[in-house]
Each structure stands twice: as C-alpha cells, then as structure tokens.
Design a protein around this ligand. Structure first.
Ligand code: HEM
Length: 328
C-alpha cells in the first residue's frame, strides 16, 4: 500500500548527471504526522457508519440482527457495531490506497489534478491509516468477546477474546473458521508489506519493490473476508452489490498496471526476446495478465447477473448464526 516507485527508480529515462539527486528518504515519523488529517477523516467516516448501523439496528432493519436475532439491542452490542464500522472504514481506506498505488505504478495519466509527489504522500498516509483501522476493527471485536464472556474470570476473558480475534486457527465456530484467518492474514501481511518501505534503504529498493507487490493479496483477503463474513452484506441486497461494484475499478486498474507498467523493466516483450526474463518467467507474467483480465470479466458477470453469493433474507429468523453467540 505504498508507492511502487520513487523519483530515482521509476523507470524513467536516465537523467543528466547534474539532476541525479539521491532519492529523498521518507521517515515513518514524518509520515505518521502527515497521516493525522487522513486518520481524522477516517474516524469521522467510522462514526458515520457506526451511527448508520446503530440506527438500522434500532429500527429493526439490521441485516446483522436478521442473521443473529439475539443481537437486537444496539445499546448492548455497540462494541460489535463499532467493530463493523471500523471494518468498513478500513476496507474503504484499503480501496483508496490500493487505487492510488495502482495509479502510481501503472500507465502515467497525461494530466493529474495533483502532483505525483502529493499522490505518493497520500498513498503512504492512507496506507498507514488503513493498518490502524484494520487493527481497531479486530480490537473492537476482541472487546466485544471480552464483554460477552462475563461468566469467566478476567484473565480467561482477556485470553479468550484475544485468542479468538488474533490467534490464527483459534476461532472454531462456523464460517469464522475460514473467514477470521483470512482477515488475520490480511492484517498480518499488511503491516510488514507496508512498513518495509521505511527500511528500503537497508533491504534494497528492488527487494522492497518485489515484496511490496504482494500487497494486493492483503486487499483480496480483506474483500474475501468481508464477502464471506460480513453480516451487513450477508443477503443479496444493495450493500453486497455495491461491494462487488467497487471491485471493478480496482481490477481494471490492476489489469492496466500489468499491461502498461510505469517501469519499463516490467513491460512484457516478445517471449524469449526480453533481456533478463526466462521463458518460464515470461509465462508467469503473461498468466498474471490473463488472470487479471479474467477477474475483470468475472466481476462484470457477477454484477450484471446478480449472482453475487448473497443469500435470501428469510421471513423467519434463522436458527443458527455465523458468530460465537450462535448457541444462544
Ligand atoms: C484480526 C483480523 C480480523 C478479525 C478478527 C475480524 C473479525 C470480523 C468479524 C467477526 C466480522 C463479522 C462482523 C459482522 O457480523 O458483520 C468481520 C466483518 C468484517 N470485517 Fe473483519 N476481521 C479481521 C480483519 C479484517 C480486515 C483486515 C478487514 C479489512 C479492512 C476487515 C473488514 C471487515 C468488514 C468490512 C466486515 C463486514 C462488517 C459488516 O458486515 O458490517 N476485517 N470481521
């Protein structure tokens, strides 16, 4: 979720010697400070989503309550609602930072409303905010579990909440057995892949760039986790459709970025003719481009057909639910 290029290594033709300045070293502390306005905006968005989810629960429209009828009390389950709200702002910020990253590493638009440096800074600050929002989402889920397990002693309550939220494979109920590790995978990958940028002078710009590419996996895991587990997108209604729709520009930009990367070395030449690219390497790169194209087509089909994996909202509340309180 950080820029793939720096002024010195973005594949532009060599500059005259007098213009060759060392790439400016950007520090984590400075970026954390720069991320404050962005983080404040994220908090406002989270509060707005929380208020929306709270009002839906109070009015009886909540899909979460339709899935888990025992949750029909926003005053008691406010931490769960706050966790959901952080999940949504986290996903929105992840969407934004991935879009910025793809804009920076793909074909250069002729005209941009802001300079490339500003886009790079936004990419870095939104990526820091995304990590914080993801963590807050998991932390509020843990807080809700700790609150809920009132029959246990404090140490056991804290451990149970922590392990279910943060230890991969610990959570052993329903869909969560798959969905929670997907979310944890996204969180645990996001942190190193994002923060390695700040030590790239130690690990080398090329190593950093190679690793940072995998940040798209973080985004895919986050969306997969949400589609699989989010009770507000459980049914085949407008929130699920919007979630699918939002993935089309990401997939389209990813495809463009692969077809016309900003760095010349990443362009796909004729097989066997490209310097430094073996035939198997060329095949892997070509397959990546075909897969990205297939994802764009797949997304269009899902949205156009309405076959998006959403369930029918039942007339009667279901007898089981996907979350820990399902035995209630
Ligand atoms: C330690 C990692 C994580 C844990 C324990 C976790 C836990 C959960 C749980 C229990 C739910 C179901 C809430 C519901 O009833 O809807 C959920 C939904 C969700 N999660 Fe995560 N999650 C994690 C990581 C992530 C990440 C990295 C993202 C990406 C930003 C994310 C975004 C979401 C979203 C958007 C929802 C849907 C909420 C809703 O339906 O209102 N989660 N998560």
């Amino acid at each position: 979720m950080l820029p793939e290029t720096t002024p010195a290594d973005d594949g532009t033709p060599p500059q005259p010697a007098r213009d060759r300045r060392p790439a400016e070293r950007v520090g984590l502390r400075a970026d954390l400070r720069a991320a404050l306005p962005d983080a404040a905006a994220a908090v406002l968005v989270t509060v707005a989503v929380f208020a929306f989810l709270y009002a839906r629960m109070e009015s009886g429209d909540s899909a979460t309550v339709a899935v888990m009828p025992f949750m029909d009390d926003p005053g008691t389950y406010w931490m769960y609602l706050l966790s959901q709200a952080f999940g949504w702002s986290g996903l929105l910020w992840a969407w934004g930072t991935v879009m910025l990253g793809l804009l920076l590493s793909g074909p250069r638009p002729d005209r941009l409303p802001v300079s490339r440096q500003v886009l790079e800074r936004w990419h870095r600050t939104t990526s820091l905010t995304t990590m914080a929002l993801m963590f807050a989402h998991a932390l509020m889920f843990m807080a809700e579990l700790v609150r809920y397990e009132a029959q246990l002693g404090w140490i056991e309550r804290l451990w149970a909440g922590f392990a279910d939220s943060f230890v991969p494979g610990w959570y052993d109920s329903g869909t969560g057995r798959i969905a929670i590790p997907l979310g944890q995978g996204a969180l645990y990958l996001a942190v190193p892949l994002g923060l390695l940028f700040y030590v790239r002078h130690r690990i080398g710009a090329n190593t950093w760039r190679r690793l940072h590419r995998f940040v798209i996996v973080v985004y895919v895991l986050s969306v997969w986790h949400t589609l699989l587990y989010g009770t507000n997108v459980w049914y085949g209604e407008w929130p699920r459709t919007v979630l699918w729709l939002l993935q089309i520009p990401v997939a389209a930009l990813l495809l463009l970025r692969l077809l016309r990367p900003a760095r010349r070395a990443e362009r796909l030449g004729a097989p066997g003719r490209q310097r430094g690219v073996s035939l198997p390497g060329w095949v892997v790169r070509a397959c990546g481009r075909v897969a990205a194209g297939a994802v764009v087509v797949g997304l269009l089909i899902v949205v156009a057909s309405g076959h998006d994996g959403g369930r029918e909202r039942p007339a009667e509340p279901p007898s089981t639910s996907p979350h820990p309180h399902e035995s209630e």
